[in-house]
Design a binder for this molecule. Structure first.
Ligand SMILES: Nc1ncnc2c1ncn2[C@@H]1O[C@H](COP(=O)(O)OP(=O)(O)O)[C@@H](O)[C@H]1O
Ligand SMILES: [Mg+2]
Length: 493
């Protein structure tokens, strides 16, 4: 340990304005920023939270108000200080805070000015604001005694015993370059607000289910449950516990589209409006959802895993282990748990594929009367094995038919591929490498495959095939036989 009394020192405080600019660059979206503000309301014991705005183009104000315990005097100033509580301080069990920064970083990520106006039980309303323009001017960390629409917020707070409002204005990230009178500005703004609302319905769904009310303007936000609890055909898997029961992992195979109503199916697409975007892990810290549908780098998103969602429940004292970030939107499993998490997830994923493909498979069994059309065929030439591209494969047949003058050239290229295919290398790799060879189109996007599948389907129909017969041909054609799940949607596209 150094003896600091013997060593010279000099102050080197952060330069206020540049530090705040740094805060602005943390990378919140407005959804994650608002969620971070609401975390504070929940930690303050709020039963009601009001999210509201007054659209005025660049002069728009946006606020989150709660009926939590509120703050006054020094407490309020302390809350406005960047780093008000060290991340090393142990938090109450139901505290959603993390670095003592959220209020400031989340607000500054969206606006240049914000006010914290608050009232404790039986005390006066108090407020302070951060104003980036003022900080830039005086180059020092100083709050101003100002609140936009002060009378309005005082009035609002007078209607509750205690509570707090965070008011954002000069919301440049959202309203710069807009105009009050522009319809397109307004509709873009409203679209963003809708995104915020959907995000909150997901992130706080457990709180909403347990009685918290979040009012978004004049409507109450409804919880969006990623696991469609209570729906027919849902398959919850058993719990797996880690770290002496502190961490819970639970897989869910969501119901197949045919088991649920069209409305439920739409709802299942969630705030990201896509089943595929919503597959993956759902990491909760206490009741708060941090990560919503992400394979945490362990797997790729693929459409046939659409029905797979895996819950991970963490308490709030594992933040370091799981690398919870400032925005509370990233978590990474510590390597010591990786194997267990992988094994739970793999099992659920496999079951989810089964359910996803079930309908397609039934169709395949029902329809499969055609001969199989592989893309490659094994042949013998001069006593030696040889792999030949199947010229009768419908995709190739069609191409050759349409190719006109190019037919000879295409034939030549196919021959080149056949003659140079590195069979010895493939054989060697297959026997030495533990990694299994991917099935056709595994792990890449399926757009081109689906497109050719659709084209093939309509060309079969043009040839006078019945829809069932056309499907049956496709189900017996490589590589479509690997993806029977796409078949059932062919006719309704
Ligand atoms: N709505 C609120 N009601 C009561 N206290 C609040 C509210 N918002 C913020 N605070 C206080 O300000 C502190 C700092 O908040 P914040 O910057 O979000 O950091 P953190 O949530 O990580 O503690 C909180 O710990 C809390 O004491
Ligand atoms: Mg916070």
């Amino acid at each position: 340990m150094l003896d600091y009394t013997q060593i010279a020192s000099t102050p080197a405080e952060p330069e206020a304005s540049s530090m705040i600019e740094t805060f602005r660059a943390i990378g919140y979206s407005i959804e994650t920023a608002v969620a971070d503000i609401i975390d504070n309301s929940i930690s303050a014991g709020a039963k009601n939270i009001w999210v509201d705005y007054d659209w005025k183009g660049p002069d728009t104000i946006f606020w989150v108000m709660d009926d939590g315990v509120g703050m006054a005097g020094d407490e309020l100033i302390q809350a406005m200080r960047p780093g008000s509580i060290s991340p090393l301080v142990e938090r109450r069990k139901n505290d959603l805070g993390r670095f003592g920064l959220g209020l400031k970083t989340a607000s500054f990520s969206q606006c240049r000015k914000f006010c914290l106006i608050s009232k404790k039980d039986n005390s006066e309303v108090d407020f302070w604001s951060w104003d980036l323009d003022f900080v830039n001017q005086i180059k020092s960390w100083r709050l101003i005694k100002y609140c936009p629409e002060q009378a309005f917020f005082e009035e609002k707070l007078s209607q509750i015993n205690s509570g707090t409002a965070v008011v954002w204005w000069d919301i440049d990230r959202l309203t710069k370059g807009t105009s009050v009178d522009s319809e397109s500005s307004k509709s873009k703004f409203l679209e963003t607000m809708d995104k915020v609302k959907k995000h909150l319905s997901m992130v706080f769904h457990r709180f909403l289910e347990d009685g918290l009310t979040i009012h978004f303007r004049d409507r109450k936000i409804k919880a969006w449950d990623p696991f469609m609890f209570g729906s027919e055909g849902l398959q919850p898997k058993p719990d797996t516990f880690l770290e002496q029961g502190n961490i819970r992992i639970k897989g869910f195979v969501l119901p197949h589209r045919s088991k649920i109503s069209a409305e439920q199916y739409e709802n299942g697409k969630g705030p990201k409006d896509s089943w595929t975007a919503h597959q993956g892990f759902y990491v909760y810290r206490n009741k708060r959802l941090l990560v919503a549908g992400d394979w945490l780098g362990l797997f790729k998103r693929e459409v046939h895993y659409d029905l797979c969602r895996v819950l991970i429940d963490l308490p709030n004292n594992f933040d370091d282990d799981w690398q919870i970030d400032i925005k509370k939107s990233v978590a990474r499993p510590p390597s010591k748990f990786k194997d267990q998490i992988l094994s739970v997830a793999k099992e659920v994923r496999n079951q989810a594929v089964e359910v996803y493909r079930h309908k397609g498979k039934v169709l395949k069994r029902k329809l499969a009367v055609d001969d199989y059309s592989p893309f490659w065929e094994e042949r013998v030439r001069h006593g030696k094995r040889f792999y030949r591209v199947n010229r009768a494969h419908p995709i190739l047949e069609e191409l050759l038919l349409k190719s006109g003058d190019l037919k000879k050239d295409i034939e030549k290229v196919i021959q080149f591929i056949e003659e140079t295919i590195p069979v010895p290398l493939i054989t060697l790799q297959e026997s030495e490498d533990e990694k299994p060879h991917a099935q056709p189109f595994e792990g890449i996007d399926h757009i081109s495959m689906k497109e050719t599948m659709r084209k093939l389907y309509s060309s079969f129909l043009d040839k006078g095939f019945s829809p069932d017969r056309a499907k049956s041909r496709i189900l017996n054609t490589e590589p479509y036989n690997f993806y029977p799940e796409y078949i059932e949607f062919l006719s309704d596209e």
